[in-house]
Design a protein around this ligand. Structure first.
Ligand code: DGJ
Length: 724
């Protein structure tokens, strides 16, 4: 299982001060470190593997800067990555490397540098985990309080990088509900730049905990040196860039210490979340491919290399208006289209308080027999009879004040004693106190009871629709309230670890009002995430584009919606375009099939059949983003390559008379191989375009490119490229 903030190395070295050099390498990248007599660990270089430590040193380009700058040890004008208030009030730490250890762990080598404070009883272990076959190095720390009294972690970043100044640009994902993952790109200028999220429970709406640093000017998709960083944490975070009038930028990433100056008890060790770092000379797409490969093969995504089923989710088709007859009808329809899974969303539970809207019932995870007289058993039976799997929605971390759970356990909700409750969704929603072991047991039991009673459940959609608005815990002592934001997520991770230990195979979707929890803190336990509550296909071209910067296609749930679509003011988009957009991720459908036109039904059936052929390439292939919708060229295009096959997607994003459309120059192919193009998901009633069946070399496709016919508004094409 992926190592999380809960894991502790549990090793102590008692050697004398160590000095020397270490090279930490992946196939194409390296990090060069050294320590002098009595010094802390120094970072000299991070980048391509094309140089030696001696060259970096001889050329005078070694940074020779603390790998983990501690307050009191670095120049005060520099920002620290670590600041601890010791029991006697001392705010400084001066770390000296005692030694380092290396061990093989799966497909990686883990280096741990043990550093001891020169004055205080404190040990800090700094880790680097370098993968043998993926260009990712993870870094994190363990802070061990050896004192007899508690200390306060005022700042405890997971990692820090030194980057040479030049024309450095940063790109991170910004957004909101229904408009997630908009890449925001800007040059890094003098001063401090901070990207943070304070939602408390969900950290990928607004600003997300990943970033790319393009070292050669304005970022490009397929060329240029780019560093990628993803903080593997589901709570509040802070990414900081500090640029002084010197020659370096400093990049820091970690848990946001605001309202979270963590109290660490004596003899306890705090492990920070991992920060995953990658470096590519192949532009932003190169960084994305490294993260995708790492997620799928190194434990960052629970699904790994597996592909996701084609599913129908009931939410946008019915909202809360579910009953047994409608569930069975939806199952019949999705099975008829060739789908593989049906998911019953919100609205199925509540006894005393039926869940008919969002104002009640969260916490009361019992079937509403008025809606589902045969219970869940009748539904799993119906799914089996139709040859499909069954899935169900829960939101176990939350409670409504109008619920039996809240009546029995009002103290389980996060709250500030004596203050009015701030209520979320539906005017009654609260977040449960995941720091409390009793609440952790309850949340585990919600999942466990469902799975024990209905072992045929193949899929759970785990939702979280609230931020932490009441900062207070009835469980944490008054002098530990500031640990709440962090302990909430450590509690959540404990529950997820219990669930995965018992249920390694059930597919779990990570959902939080859409893409609010697309992060690598949670994905080691989840198989996929719901990318957005906005399923408008044109807007999804943009949302999925940004999401793909860091997350692989088999993690990204993309559903065909109904039109006119309320979220974008009643926009109507042809079903062919809607299918083609959803086909570029984990395909699903999010509508009432009963209301579909004959054309829509036929197109979806074609789409599902063709997607099954393309699915291994899309969901587990290498992504190359070709034409960005943000560049406003009228067309967006991306492709996936796996072995000598590829899937190419082209979407017309603007439409006007006399429009010059760009050529689509492909990438990632073998120049010497000849590929046959076959158009897929051809529009119902039309023939494949003239390019279908033609053969071209990889060289031609990448150097010259294709002029793809895209005449009408919302035209789109999907091609399969095969090499035999
Ligand atoms: C928010 C999710 O993003 C939706 O997909 C849906 O599950 C609703 N919650 C249900 O309340």
């Amino acid at each position: 299982m992926f190592v999380t903030a809960l894991a502790v190395w549990g090793m102590s070295l008692n050697t004398n001060a160590w000095k020397g050099e270490v090279t930490i390498a992946t196939p194409n990248t390296q990090l060069l470190l050294h320590a002098d007599e009595n010094s802390d660990l120094r970072m000299d270089y991070y980048g391509s593997r094309s140089c030696t430590a001696a060259e970096v040193r001889d050329a005078g380009t070694a940074f020779n800067y603390p790998a983990l700058p501690a307050f009191g040890a670095v120049d005060m004008v520099q920002l620290p990555a670590l600041q601890i208030q010791h029991a006697d009030g001392d705010l400084s730490s001066e770390l000296k490397v005692e030694g380092y250890d290396v061990k093989e762990e799966g497909n990686a080598k883990v280096y741990v540098f043990t550093m001891r404070d020169k004055l205080q009883p404190l040990v800090v272990r700094l880790f680097y985990k370098a993968y043998h076959d993926v260009d990712v190095i993870e870094t994190w720390t363990e802070i061990e309080n050896l004192a007899k009294k508690a200390v306060t972690l005022k700042r405890y970043d997971s990692g820090h990088l030194v980057i040479r100044q030049g024309d450095v640009w940063i790109t991170h994902l910004h957004g909101d509900w229904a408009a997630e993952a908009e890449p925001t790109t800007e040059p890094l200028k003098a001063g401090v730049k901070v990207i943070r999220n304070s939602d408390g429970a969900r950290n990928a709406h607004l600003d997300a905990p990943e970033v790319m640093l393009s070292l050669d000017g304005r970022p490009q998709e397929n060329q240029g040196r780019v560093i990628g960083a993803a903080l593997c944490w589901s709570g509040n975070f802070e990414l900081r860039f500090n640029t002084l009038l010197k020659k370096e930028h400093h990049f820091f990433a970690g848990i946001d210490p605001q309202s979270s100056e963590y109290v660490l008890d004596p003899k306890q060790t705090f492990a920070t979340p991992h920060l995953a770092l990658t470096f590519s000379t192949k532009g932003m797409s190169g960084v994305s491919r490294a993260f995708h490969r790492w997620a799928r093969t190194c434990g960052g995504l629970h699904r790994g290399m597996k592909v996701g089923d084609i599913l129908l989710n009931s939410w946008e088709g019915l909202y809360f208006d579910i009953n047994e007859e409608r569930m069975v009808q939806m199952m019949t329809d999705i099975a008829a289209f060739g789908g593989e899974l049906f998911v019953m969303d919100d609205g199925w539970f509540g006894d005393k308080y039926p869940r008919n809207n969002d104002t009640s019932s969260l916490g009361d995870w019992v079937v509403d027999k008025r809606k589902l007289p045969g219970g869940i058993k009748a539904l799993t039976d119906a799914a089996r009879e139709r040859g499909i799997k069954f899935g169900i929605w829960i939101e176990p971390e939350c409670v409504n004040t109008k619920s039996e759970l809240f009546e029995q356990h009002p103290e389980w909700a996060l709250q500030v004693k004596g203050r009015d409750l701030k209520l979320g969704r539906g005017g009654t929603q609260l977040v449960l106190d995941m720091t409390n072991p009793k609440v952790q047991d309850f949340v585990f039991k919600v999942f466990d009871d469902l799975m024990t009673q209905y072992p045929e459940i193949a899929y759970i959609k785990w939702d979280a629709n609230a931020s932490i608005q009441n900062y207070g815990s009835t469980y944490l002592p008054k002098d530990r309230q500031q640990n709440l934001y962090v302990d909430y997520h450590l509690g959540l991770l404990k529950v997820l670890q219990r669930i995965r230990a018992k249920y390694p195979d059930v597919v779990i979707q990570d959902c939080a009002s859409g893409g609010g929890r697309a992060n690598y803190g949670l994905l080691p336990y989840f198989d996929e995430f719901w990318a957005s509550d906005n399923t408008d296909a044109l807007q999804r071209v943009y949302i999925q584009w940004g999401t793909s910067y860091f997350f692989p296609a088999n993690a990204m749930a993309c559903h065909i919606n109904h039109c006119p679509y309320w979220n974008t003011g009643g926009r109507v988009i042809p079903v062919k375009f809607r299918c083609d957009v959803a086909m570029s991720g984990r395909l699903g459908i999010e509508l009432q099939p009963k209301d579909m036109t004959d054309e829509e039904r036929r197109q979806c059936t074609t789409c599902f059949a063709d997607y099954k052929q393309l699915r291994p390439i899309v969901q587990t292939g290498d992504l190359y983003r070709l034409l960005s919708p943000y560049d406003r060229k009228g067309v967006a295009s991306l492709m996936y390559v796996k072995d000598n096959a590829a899937a190419l997607f082209i979407y017309k994003t603007d439409n006007y008379y006399n429009q010059p459309l760009p050529r689509i120059r492909l990438a990632g192919l073998d120049p010497a191989v000849t590929y046959t193009l076959t158009e897929k998901n051809v529009r119902v009633g039309q023939r494949p375009c003239a390019l279908s069946g033609k053969r071209f070399t990889g060289r031609f496709l990448m150097d010259v490119g294709l002029e793809v016919p895209l005449r009408e508004e919302y035209a789109s094409r999907v091609f399969e490229l095969t090499s035999n």
